[in-house]
Ligand binder design. Structure first.
Ligand SMILES: NC(=O)c1ccc[n+]([C@@H]2O[C@H](COP(=O)([O-])OP(=O)(O)OC[C@H]3O[C@@H](n4cnc5c(N)ncnc54)[C@H](O)[C@@H]3O)[C@@H](O)[C@H]2O)c1
Length: 220
């Protein structure tokens, strides 16, 4: 079932949750995955070009949207004394240098919201976790990367651009072999949504092939 929802608009998030409960009788899982990178491309990322309106727009979708999803999920999960809240942060949610400033601030906020909400809702048996992916060659990443780069065409990402982006991520990654795909993030979400993670809460599940935990400066 599809319900149109702007996650920055509380009435629409409320309606999304209420429609789900009306249709299915309860809400087991919410996945707060919507997010925007903003208009700051890799060519305009300096703090000296910080744009307050753009910051508000990014925070409204990424942080307020996630908090509203948590709020309205909790509203129906608390009486049921069960439920699972998952949100998408990023490697930019716990380290510097992997995204524009506003996006990085917003993704750090999602990790904080996850831990604080897990702290509150644990007593009701509700688990709250987030996922932090490294680069996945979606339209978000490709648009952010190519803006202002004449080498890459504008518009919908071509197969060539997807392959080129995957190659860039593979080169940066510590783990060699697999290419990070959206499906790897879906598998992480499924794990967090399932009973396989029944004792996992307040956790930030990093899916980055070891990127953030390895700076090989001793020649290992
Ligand atoms: N692609 C990456 O490399 C990467 C890395 C780390 C984290 N993430 C995060 O993963 C999530 C998914 O991103 P993606 O890479 O699939 O990008 P994407 O641009 O392909 O998808 C983002 C989705 O969010 C939706 N969206 C945007 N604003 C919305 C709003 N106000 N209300 C409802 N929906 C809205 C868009 O319609 C789109 O479907 C985001 O939270 C993003 O920050 C992506």
């Amino acid at each position: 079932m599809y319900v149109h929802c702007d996650v920055g608009q509380e009435e629409q998030v409320k309606s999304l949750v209420d429609t789900t409960v009306s249709a299915f009788g309860r809400l087991d899982i919410i996945f707060n995955n919507a997010g925007i990178l903003g208009n700051q491309s890799r060519h305009r990322m300096s703090i000296m070009e910080f744009n307050p309106e753009e910051f508000d727009r990014i925070m409204s979708v990424n942080v307020k949207g996630t908090a509203l999803g948590m709020k309205h999920a909790a509203r129906v999960m608390v009486p049921a004394r069960r439920g699972c809240i998952i949100s998408t942060s990023s490697v930019a949610g716990f380290m510097g240098g992997t995204g524009p400033h506003a996006y990085t601030a917003s993704k750090h906020a999602i990790v904080g919201l996850t831990k604080n909400t897990a702290c509150e809702l644990g007593r009701y048996g509700i688990r709250v976790n987030c996922i932090s992916p490294f680069g996945v060659a979606t339209s978000m990443l490709i648009n952010g990367w190519r803006e202002g780069d004449s080498e890459w065409s504008k518009g919908v990402a071509s197969e060539e651009e997807v392959q080129k982006m995957e190659e860039i991520v593979r080169d940066l990654a510590n783990l060699k072999g697999p290419t990070l795909k959206a499906n790897d993030i879906a598998e992480a979400a499924l794990y967090l949504a399932s009973d396989a993670s029944r004792y996992v809460s307040g956790h930030n599940l990093v899916v980055d092939g070891g990127y953030s935990s390895s700076k090989n400066c001793v020649g290992l």
